[in-house]
Design a binder for this molecule. Structure first.
Ligand SMILES: C[S@@+](CC[C@H](N)C(=O)[O-])C[C@H]1O[C@@H](n2cnc3c(N)ncnc32)[C@H](O)[C@@H]1O
Length: 351
């Protein structure tokens, strides 16, 4: 039975806990395991012998595949070196879909090419039955002039007004660099990275499982998007941090009836299939050629649920700036920025 595990973070060894999850019961599994790079985790020694690390990885990867539904997706985040082994394990039991390259510069390592990306392996349990949604991200623009950064070979007038389809190279999502935005954890991922993945592979109420929960990025992203979550984590302190953050998070990462992912001043990811409904919430230039220098602007009420308190003031400022251009248009925009306090069900700040 999967029900007792749902919408909870469970403290313990993921291999033991995974064995308790029924076959074919989870819509999406995502793992961001220790990289065996001697990172300073509290309860885990991140420096196993090569074969020991690989054997351990193979065991939990096979469990992830076992519990994933035939329509489901399996994602593995790691440095390219370990993903080459992971692909070998997965190719025997699942179907390759993508190797996503997440552009995220790391520390210089000496005599080597500068490592500039992490990989995210994306496998289908069964490629013929896979549930998958194409997603879009905003066009890149010059920060000051707002002109499109790319030339598009003279085809600007026929560009999608919101942004391009997401490819297998992700350059628009950055690692959490400032300590004030991160928890006491050495490798916390950005929430909107997980939101993009969840939007690609699941629907509302689907089940998302992360066997290496850390401080809960996957669970928080799932809850914000109205999905169910299961997290496993060895370290009790990380479990407690996650639980207190989850109490503050509400499933309101949506515009109208469509789930979207946003960060600071903009929507980072939306589903292509939702665009017909979502476009009602934007001011679109009348002449398609204006897209070259005029970003589209949100005209609807937007709810922001901020799980990290330090981010609140910053987000509020960014969102207010976002709506300033609308003063040029006759529009009745209402901004509703909501910060939920720990343990409370009602907002304590409304603008
Ligand atoms: C790379 S971090 C995951 C970070 C997470 N993605 C986030 O954004 O917070 C790996 C996590 O796996 C946990 N861990 C290590 N071995 C584990 C095991 N056998 N079972 C469950 N968790 C484990 C570590 O304590 C660490 O928090």
């Amino acid at each position: 039975m999967i029900e007792p595990f749902l919408n909870k973070i469970h403290q313990g060894d993921c291999l033991e806990l995974l064995k308790k999850i029924p076959d074919n019961s989870v819509d999406m599994t995502f793992a961001d395991p220790p990289f065996n790079l001697k990172k300073g985790y509290k309860s885990y020694k991140d420096s196993l012998a090569l074969q020991e690390y690989l054997d351990w990885c193979e065991s939990w990867i096979l469990e992830m595949v076992r519990i994933t539904k035939p329509t489901g997706s399996i994602y593995l985040h790691n440095i390219p070196k370990w993903l080459t082994y992971y692909a070998g394990f997965l190719n025997k039991v699942a179907d390759f879909k993508h190797w996503i390259s997440w552009d995220a510069p790391t520390m210089p390592m000496g005599k080597t090419l500068q490592p500039n990306h992490y990989g995210i392996l994306f496998y289908a349990k069964d490629i013929k039955q896979l549930k998958f949604y194409e997603v879009r991200y905003p066009h890149k623009r010059d920060r000051k002039s707002k002109y499109l950064s790319k030339d598009y070979g003279g085809k600007k007038a026929i560009l999608h007004p919101f942004g391009s389809l997401v490819s297998d190279v992700w350059t628009d999502i950055h690692r959490i660099k400032h300590n004030k935005y991160r928890d006491e954890h050495p490798c916390q991922l950005p929430i909107h990275l997980l939101e993009r993945i969840i939007l690609m592979s699941t629907d509302e109420n689907d089940i998302v499982l992360d066997p290496f929960n850390g401080t809960g990025t996957t669970a928080i992203a799932a809850k914000r998007l109205g999905r169910q979550y299961i997290g496993f984590e060895l370290d009790n302190e990380y479990v407690e941090i996650t639980k207190s953050k989850l109490e503050e998070v509400k499933p309101i990462s949506k515009l109208g009836n469509a789930w979207v992912s946003y960060y600071l001043d903009k929507i980072v990811t939306l589903r292509d299939c939702d665009w017909e409904e979502l476009k009602e919430h934007f001011y679109l230039p009348k002449n398609p050629e204006e897209i070259d220098h005029t970003p589209i602007v949100l005209t609807s009420k937007i709810h922001i649920s901020v799980p990290l308190k330090n981010e609140f003031e910053y987000q509020k400022k960014q969102i207010q700036q976002l709506f300033e251009p609308l003063e040029n248009y006759e529009s009745s925009v209402k901004i509703n920025v909501v910060q939920y306090s720990h343990g409370e069900n009602k907002p304590d700040t409304l603008i």
